[in-house]
Design a protein around this ligand. Structure first.
Ligand code: NAP
Length: 259
């Protein structure tokens, strides 16, 4: 399917690895020029070059922490005018509800709610003026079904989801399509770290830990970054013009809900 976005320009945050990388690759495959970001310059440059070589699109890189004001300013300066924004960053740490005080919540809100909102506020006015734009926020399955040890993530991402639900309706008349993409378990470095943690805690092998978690997914495996990226690219395409303020769950059927 031709996504109809060849020649557009996208900012994909936190995209040297994992789900952000999957989104960057799928957009590049559709002919979109990219601004890519991550904190570590080396992996970012390597991924950017692989994408340039594979897809022949223009890729600008900004090594910066997108959750800080200074980092965001550098990312936005390099981005200039973009048609597509994919927000992403690392998730907050796990714990018990008794572990977190005000500062922990402020940090989580800064990273996973106020950072995407700041990027939206900086870039969506230009999209509205030009009459076309796409925003995809990478959130989490935890918005639909809470993950108890990720209370900080549950809270911050639910806050972003509420903001997007209203804002998407305000910008839709100007041709801007804004939605959230909710990952369930995907085969990224983060999933590997969780498997390693479970292996250590339970005294089992990493393979056994992975098999245990895969058994909770009806599809019987983790999702791939390519599947995730392809869905993101569709949500950024010309064909997504009637999809407004939605939360698209990609979890292999793991969340047992009717809607
Ligand atoms: P990942 O494989 O660890 O990749 C994270 C990417 O983001 C890397 O490129 C990393 O590069 C970059 N990054 C992290 N923090 C950043 C920051 N502050 N500023 C700029 N770049 C940053 O993680 P992932 O699995 O793709 O997860 C992406 C998001 O989806 C996370 O918020 C995660 O909580 C959420 N999620 C993931 C899953 C899953 O199963 N994978 C499920 C639900 C939710 P640097 O480290 O070099 O900055």
């Amino acid at each position: 399917m031709d996504l109809g976005i060849r020649g557009k320009r996208a900012l994909v945050c936190a995209s040297s690895k994992g789900l952000g990388r999957g989104c960057a690759e799928a957009l590049a495959q559709a002919g979109v020029d990219l601004v890519m970001n991550a904190r570590g310059a080396e992996a970012l440059e390597t991924t950017a070059q692989e994408i340039r070589d594979a897809h022949g699109v223009e890729v600008t890189t900004v090594a910066a922490d997108v959750t800080t004001e200074a980092g965001r300013a550098r990312v936005l300066e390099a981005s200039g005018q973009v048609d597509i924004l994919v927000t992403n960053a690392g998730g907050p740490p796990p714990g018990m509800w008794t572990d977190w005080d005000r500062d922990d919540f402020i940090a989580a809100l800064d990273a996973n709610m106020l950072t995407p909102i700041a990027l939206i506020k900086a870039l969506v006015p230009g999209m509205c003026e030009r009459g076309w734009g796409r925003v995809v926020n990478i959130t989490s399955v935890s918005v639909k079904a809470p993950i108890p040890v990720l209370g900080l993530s549950n809270s911050a991402r639910a806050g972003l989801t509420g903001y997007v639900a209203g804002t998407a309706r305000q910008v839709a008349p100007q041709g801007v399509v804004m939605n959230n993409l909710q990952p369930g378990l995907h085969a990224t470095d983060r999933a590997a770290a969780l498997d390693a943690g479970a292996s250590k805690a339970q005294g089992i092998t990493v393979e056994q830990a992975q098999a245990q978690r895969e058994a909770t997914i009806p599809v019987g495996r983790y999702g791939t970054r390519q599947e995730f990226g392809a869905t993101c690219a569709f949500m950024c395409s010309q064909h997504a013009g009637f999809m407004i303020g939605q939360n698209i769950l990609l979890d292999g059927g793991a969340t047992n809900t009717t809607m």
